[in-house]
Design a protein around this ligand. Structure first.
Ligand SMILES: O=C(O)CCC(=O)C(=O)O
Length: 257
């Protein structure tokens, strides 16, 4: 993909529109099972009501659904990431990430300007696939990015992995129709757009490394659970990179010794 090398990202069609429409219904179905929600409005009410822990419970189950994992192996996605230079794809993360971006939510759940390389530490040519599960226009929380910014290398960032003050050179707010996805270099500077609509934005995010990448091989295929071997000089930091993570108090698994 020519534009990928130039811009650090590419919007591509997957042909998976009907599957994604079914996946969105499946997500709502899990909200129905756990919390009795029938539609986006009910999910929004649940989020703002006294039973938010149920919302959080569903949130944690969505990325565990087999349908979500199936997307990671779908030929259309694998073919696209190969077109972006990945020869032998392997997921850089243990599981896909599912974001559930609520209308006009607290800014703390959105990512500020950052580069995925700081978090994932996968192969240098690693690609993130940002896969919205419905059309995303300018009001539904589009992906915001700085085209061409992947050529700057790793930028300075805080302990939270965010760049802080950043002036994009070529700012883009990415609109996607159902079935389109965005593949981007893990060096691309990007951030979350705010969901200003009255509907939920579901997004599946898949991150791929390349087992055929010599640089990754030289680092002994580092994954975050081990100390870095060699590295690009940024891999001693690995803040959490999971999107909306729900309320800390509702995540007892993190309090375990
Ligand atoms: O979906 C979003 O709002 C942004 C996600 C993101 O920046 C990421 O996962 O790296």
């Amino acid at each position: 993909m020519e534009s990928y090398a130039r811009d650090g990202f590419a919007i591509f069609g997957t042909g998976l529109g009907p599957e994604l429409a079914r996946l969105r219904l499946r997500f709502i179905d899990v909200y129905r099972r756990i919390a009795g929600c029938e539609n986006d409005g009910d999910i929004i009410d649940l989020y703002h009501g006294p039973d938010r822990d149920k919302w959080v419970a569903v949130f944690h189950q969505l990325e565990r659904l087999p349908e979500v994992h199936g997307l990671a192996a779908h030929p259309a996605i694998l073919s696209a990431v190969r077109g972006m230079g990945i020869v032998e794809p392997a997921l850089s993360t243990f599981t896909p990430c599912v974001r559930v971006d609520m209308p006009d939510d607290d800014a703390k759940w959105r990512f500020d300007w950052h580069q995925d390389v700081v978090f994932e530490c996968g192969s240098r040519n690693g690609v993130t696939v940002w896969f919205p599960v419905q059309a995303v226009g300018l009001t539904r929380g589009p992906l915001l990015l700085d085209a061409g910014s992947h050529r700057q290398g790793v930028l300075g960032h805080g302990d939270d992995g965010m760049i802080g003050d950043y002036s994009p050179m070529d700012f883009r707010a990415i609109r996607t129709s159902l079935g389109q996805a965005v593949g981007f270099s893990q060096f691309l500077v990007h951030k979350s757009g705010r969901n200003r609509s009255n509907k939920v934005r579901f997004t599946v995010i898949l991150r791929y490394s390349d087992l055929a990448c010599p640089e990754y091989q030289a680092r002994k295929y580092y994954v975050q659970r081990r100390e870095p071997v060699g590295g690009l000089g940024v891999f001693n930091q690995s803040p959490r990179h999971g999107g909306h993570i729900g309320d800390q108090a509702s995540r007892p698994q993190e309090a375990r010794p």
